[in-house]
Design a protein. Structure first.
Ligand code: HEM
Length: 406
């Protein structure tokens, strides 16, 4: 129970303090220097690149977070999606959808992504202002994942609200998880279930060329997936497929506007967009952390890890490890990509949608650099989401002098 927990140490309180959302990196630097670090019984924090990279690939680290001694909200197996499963169950579910995110399949979506993004820029920027989050960063990935799954985009407001409520529960078990957050998440999950059950029924009766129909038809050892398996997979894909990408778009636009010399390089050569995406992923990770639960006794450096311990991986800190990235706080789109960031995690749970996210955001940034005339940050136009883990602007207002035709 949370009430029995020892007080949260200062460094952790500093990290979770909403006042530090704008720039959590000084706190993350301190935590990385102390890593591996046991701030509380049952919790081990890792922030160095080499430690995170090795432990994320270690089969002794389980993704079943409800096994944790610290876990405030144990969840039953029926609500677990494959992000929370270990092999062999994880392998079974991931295999069913992996084809939809294969390189060739994702590349074939480029013209459609280009079309959606161009429309969004043109309709919003005609007015002389662009609220990057609402006008571009949300609708682009949400529309793409809705089309892939076969979910009507007209329902986007509902989906967006439910998804945002679920995303708040992705913050790690540090400090207090407000009762409001867990109640809203439970309500959102129930609504998602009802919503998807209806769609699944429709697709079972009249299949289309979409992922929901595919999931209703796949057979494994002569067995079909039941509705619950399909619902949890759809909720995972819908949620993971846009909440994260929204933040990558917001973080990228902000980094470019704050570093005009880097923005000029992109403007001079829009083919650099994929390099910008990689550097933003490193410099300002949209998913700042993840957790695992230790299955057995082990050791990271001189710190002992016990079964049931939560291991917290500070991906955003690892991405700024000076042992790997010289001058890590500098935003430089020309960095050698040789040392890879951990923003899409590593090992068995490496992000399934990494290729799709990279493509969507590279297209958005290429258009951002070519279509908009003199984009600039409106003073006072930036606020951050309250989430600690899914990091990005809540509102990012820019002024433009016009929009070129695509
Ligand atoms: C910038 C955008 C994105 C970021 C930063 C991101 C980040 C991540 C991270 C860090 C994980 C692993 C968490 C862990 O190891 O515990 C993950 C897993 C996952 N992501 Fe993404 N993601 C992004 C976009 C997407 C997109 C577009 C999709 C598409 C549907 C997607 C689907 C998934 C799925 C299904 C998993 C679970 C994989 C598994 O457990 O095997 N993500 N993502």
């Amino acid at each position: 129970m949370q009430a029995d927990r020892p007080p949260v140490p200062e460094e952790i309180a500093e990290l979770t303090d909403p006042g530090n959302r704008e720039d959590p990196y000084p706190c993350l630097d301190k935590l990385r220097e102390r890593s591996p670090y046991r701030p509380l019984p049952g919790l081990v924090v890792l922030g160095r690149h080499a430690q995170c990279s090795a432990a994320l690939r270690d089969p002794a680290m389980s993704a079943a977070r409800d096994r944790a001694n610290l876990s405030p909200t144990p969840r039953g197996p029926r609500t677990r999606n494959f992000l929370h499963l270990d092999p062999p169950e994880h392998t079974r579910y991931r295999r069913l959808v992996v084809g939809a995110f294969a390189r060739r399949k994702v590349d074939s979506l480029a013209p459609r992504i280009h079309e959606i993004a161009t429309d969004l820029f043109q309709s919003a920027a005609d007015s002389g202002t662009l609220e990057v989050v609402d006008d571009l960063a949300y609708p682009l990935p949400l529309r793409v994942i809705c089309e892939l799954l076969g979910v009507p985009f007209e329902d986007r407001r509902l989906l967006q609200d439910w998804s945002a409520a679920l995303s708040e529960t992705l913050d790690p078990p540090l400090g207090q998880t407000a009762a409001r957050v867990t109640t809203e998440a439970a309500r959102a999950r129930a609504r998602f279930v009802g919503y998807f059950q209806k769609l699944i029924k429709e697709r079972r009766n009249a299949p289309r060329d979409d992922l929901i129909s595919h999931l209703t038809q796949v057979e494994e050892n002569g067995q079909r997936l039941d509705d619950n398996d399909i619902v949890v997979t759809c909720v995972l894909l819908l949620n993971a497929g846009h909440e994260t990408t929204v933040n990558l778009i917001g973080n990228a636009v902000l980094a470019l506007l704050r570093h005009p010399e880097q923005f000029d390089r992109l403007r001079a050569d829009p083919a650099l967009a994929p390099a910008v995406v990689e550097e933003v992923l490193r410099y300002d990770a949209p998913v700042q952390m993840t957790t695992r639960v230790a299955r057995e006794h082990g050791r990271v450096g001189d710190t002992e890890v016990h079964p049931g311990d939560t291991v917290l991986f500070l991906l955003g800190a690892a991405n700024r490890d000076p042992e790997v990235y010289p001058d890590p706080g500098r935003f430089d789109i020309g960095r050698s990509p040789a040392a890879s960031h951990l923003s899409f995690s590593a090992g068995t749970h490496f992000c399934l949608g990494a290729g799709l996210a990279r493509l969507e955001v590279a297209i958005a940034l290429e258009l951002f650099s070519t279509l908009l005339v003199q984009p600039r940050l409106r003073p006072g136009g930036l606020t951050y989401k309250r989430n600690l883990n899914l990091r990005g602007p809540e509102r990012l207002l820019i002024d433009v002098d016009g929009v070129r035709s695509g």
